[in-house]
Design a protein around this ligand. Structure first.
Ligand SMILES: C[S@@+](CC[C@H](N)C(=O)[O-])C[C@H]1O[C@@H](n2cnc3c(N)ncnc32)[C@H](O)[C@@H]1O
Length: 167
């Protein structure tokens, strides 16, 4: 494999890992802050990474890749069927013949049980700051018609002085 395009890449963890393994990597994200973060991390690590600020439903990079990936359920940001098909069209347009598109997403069944498997939590510590994230509550439900869910996310930050709190 020669090259990879990671869509909705956020911090571009996957694209940077590909780059570390010698695959030419491009990371695309809508948000300028995420693009800046991905570029900074790649620079700090000394890995080559092209970063593009674009919408994953409307980009045209003028080149094709052996592999396109969209990881960690990031297509869940596409809220309509039109947006999703536009995204698939863009991904297809950027693949070489025989290329592969890998999309990692949750399945509706993960959300429809009494104990949705997308509910999760984690804690990150840096210095004296401790941030705990709880993503999803058992009461969160997917609307089976629109396939849109309304997830509760709670972040609790402690330490680090006056900025700590819950939101
Ligand atoms: C959960 S984060 C990224 C996680 C990343 N895919 C990973 O596997 O670590 C979702 C990202 O999608 C980006 N995003 C949301 N809508 C987008 C769009 N229409 N086009 C491109 N990126 C988008 C957000 O800016 C955010 O960085």
């Amino acid at each position: 494999m020669r090259d990879v395009l990671e869509l909705a890449a956020g911090p571009a963890e996957h694209a940077r890992e590909f780059a570390r393994r010698g695959v030419a990597a491009t990371a695309l994200d809508l948000h300028p802050a995420m693009c800046a973060y991905a570029a900074r991390r790649a620079k700090e690590e000394g890995v080559g990474l092209d970063v593009v600020q674009e919408d994953m439903t409307a980009f045209a990079l003028g080149r094709r890749f052996d592999l396109v990936v969209t990881m960690l359920d990031s297509t869940s940001h596409l809220m309509t069927l039109d947006a999703f098909t536009a995204h698939l069209d863009r991904a297809a347009e950027h693949l070489r013949p025989g290329g592969l598109y890998v999309v990692e997403m949750s399945h509706p069944r993960d959300r429809l049980s009494d104990d949705p498997s997308v509910s999760t939590g984690w804690t990150v510590e840096r210095g004296d700051v401790r941030a705990t994230v709880r993503w999803g509550e058992p009461s969160d439900r997917l609307d089976p018609v629109t396939q849109v869910s309304d997830d509760h996310v709670t972040m609790t930050v402690s330490g680090g002085g006056a900025g700590a709190g819950r939101g």
